[in-house]
Design a protein around this ligand. Sequence first.
Ligand SMILES: [Zn+2]
Length: 331
Amino acid sequence: MAERLARDLWRLDIPLAGNPLKNLNSYLLTGERSLLIDTGFRQQPCREAMERQLAETGVDRDRMDIFCTHLHSDHTGLAPELIRPGCRVFIGELDVPGLRNAADPAGWERRYREYVLDGFSREEMRELWGENPAQTAAPPWREGLYTALPDGAELRYSGRILQCVLTPGHTPGHLCLYDPEARRLFCGDHVLFHITPNICRWQGVQDSLGDYLKSLDRTAELDAAELYPAHRAETGDLRTRTAELKAHHARRLEDTLRIVGETPGLTAYEIAGRMRWSIRCRSWEDFPLTQKFFAVGEAMAHLDYLEVRGRVCRREIRGKRVYFAGAGDKI
Ligand SMILES: [Zn+2]
């Protein structure tokens, strides 16, 4: 059911069936024009929940724009079908190429070939094809549909100014939406509670974890009393959570470094298999394939961070990228 959080603000609870994220929080700012923040997967359960809850709010759909915090399909999937003529779909400008890529089978073929270099088997990649919601529940690409927003862009809804805050890391162009007057921060997947945002390697990005940690420092400076994360019901204090997330990645970097030091010559896939994960599975072999895909992506982001700082080095041996300890000593 749509939950009214304030006079001008609703939370729509969109289920993400079979996904460990469990749900997506869509937020609806109402006023002269309304703004829907994030949409859910292009899948029937999301579509039904969204349509039902939008109707409960009584929003005028012909005056409702959509803001996607980032390109992931659980945030953008339904945007093309929810939007009415004359309304706009906003997304961070640096996420537009990735959004176009997510709708392109050739882009996925390229990405999956890369993942074989990083240790996945060809069979796993074949199996993942058609099963990965990042691929199957993404919106079809529509030229001219999106209004690309740069860092610092301002939107006006509910009679107040909303500022776009570029927070790369989770995706290259992730935007938080900050309302300084109401001291609200719609944080997308940049800051989550109870679960930690997935940070993975992106094509064309050298160090997405380094970018993410910088983005955390940036948002920690904001004067925000209310945080609206995109997943789970929990919310909390921005600075406390920032410190926890930074500590989490520092531990994970140590963990990655230890694994590389103890067993030189492993692929990112094998390193991910030795890392500690909170998912409830008996062993790495039992991980659902889509979760392996995200786990290896996360391991690669940590390896990239360490590689940029000289702590590990990467070589290609017999068609696989493998890691060795480097000479640097700074994390
Ligand atoms: Zn996401």
